[in-house]
Design a protein around this ligand. Structure first.
Ligand code: ASP
Length: 327
């Protein structure tokens, strides 16, 4: 099997500096050496470090686009793709790749680590080897490919992951969807339907600053949201309470949302609970949002909702078409 591994930055390949950990330009060579030394591995690997390695907290939609175009450019040359990435925004990048390579017929796996590879007590190789094993299994007997985030033994659907812990080995959860596979000594798989729609690759020119997040909190006022809903914004994720509620006793707040949706901003309601689904209109406080034109993000993570809006806006779809993709 021919596997392409891209190092984009992130803790996995970081080394100490005067300012703290920074990505190491020589990491791709170190990893190549490590994998070449592992005689059990019979695959052919090509490992490349990006010219500008980043801490993933600096990542934007442009970085998702760069990674996707890199994979697309090598699509016919490789059987599987692994993206080594920082954990801070790994869930966003995995979601972006899952929209850009919809129903991918080759494995694309995003992973990284909590502790850099140069340290003795590191999860780096465990995660890299797990991602390689997932590539083998997915394109072998299981013949069930797609885009995933692999971390600490969990193979999570790319658009379902959430960074849930700052320091546990198990840094990611899959709040509303069972993992596709769990790796202990052996894999345990969740069965999926075998007939998938044909894959499609769509990599838009990602625009920056067009999607925002609107937090709901006790005492939230129109002034808090006004700047966030500025003229360049075309999409927003509303981080609501519980099953999709926000204060409904402040007419100015609701009027601001209505003015935005009337001018074509797509506002998607996702719960700040972190798990469970938005039940639009179950409470009067939620119905007010529906009247203001806010649509339900159902059980999506806020990361996936943010990325899906960014992706669809990048495709230059109309507001109506974007809303239809959330039905
Ligand atoms: N700040 C780092 C990053 O996201 C954290 C990590 O990789 O775990 O790049």
């Amino acid at each position: 099997m021919k596997i392409y591994i891209a190092y984009t930055g992130g803790t996995i390949g970081m080394v100490p500096s005067n300012q703290g950990l920074i990505p190491d330009a020589a990491f791709a060579d170190h990893l190549t050496q490590h994998l070449n030394d592992a005689d059990e591995l019979t695959h052919e690997f090509v490992i490349e470090g990006y010219p500008s390695l980043i801490d993933s907290s600096n990542a934007t939609g442009k970085d998702w686009q760069t990674i996707a175009r890199d994979i697309e450019g090598r699509w016919h040359e490789f059987d599987a793709f692994i993206v080594l990435h920082g954990t801070d925004t790994m869930a966003y990048t995995a979601a972006a790749l899952s929209f850009m390579f919809a129903n991918s017929d080759k494995p694309i796996i995003v992973t990284g680590s909590q502790v850099p590879m140069y340290k003795v007590r590191t999860d780096a190789m465990i995660n890299v080897m797990g991602a390689i094993s997932a590539c083998e299994e997915l394109s072998g007997e299981k013949n069930s490919n797609g885009v995933f985030l692999f971390f600490a033994g969990r193979l999570i659907e790319g658009d379902r992951a959430h960074k849930a812990h700052t320091s546990d080995w198990q840094a990611f959860s899959s709040p509303n969807c069972p993992e596709r596979g769990v790796l202990g000594i052996d894999w345990r798989w969740r069965s999926t339907e075998t007939v998938k729609p044909p894959m499609s690759i769509q990599i838009p020119d990602m625009k920056e600053g067009v999607v925002t997040i609107l937090p709901v909190f006790p005492g939230v006022q129109v002034a808090h949201w006004q700047g966030l809903l500025n003229e360049s914004v075309r999409g927003a994720v509303l981080l609501s309470y519980g099953a999709g509620n926000a204060p409904d006793k402040d007419p100015a707040l609701l009027a601001l949302l209505k003015t935005a949706t009337d001018r074509g901003v797509v506002i998607v309601n996702v719960s700040q609970c972190g798990a469970g689904s938005v039940a639009a209109g179950a409470y009067a406080a939620g119905s007010a949002l529906v009247k203001a034109g806010v649509i339900s993000g159902k059980d999506m993570t806020y990361e996936a909702a943010f990325v899906k809006l960014s992706f669809l806006i990048g495709l230059d779809l109309s507001s109506e078409d974007i809303k239809n993709h959330f039905l």
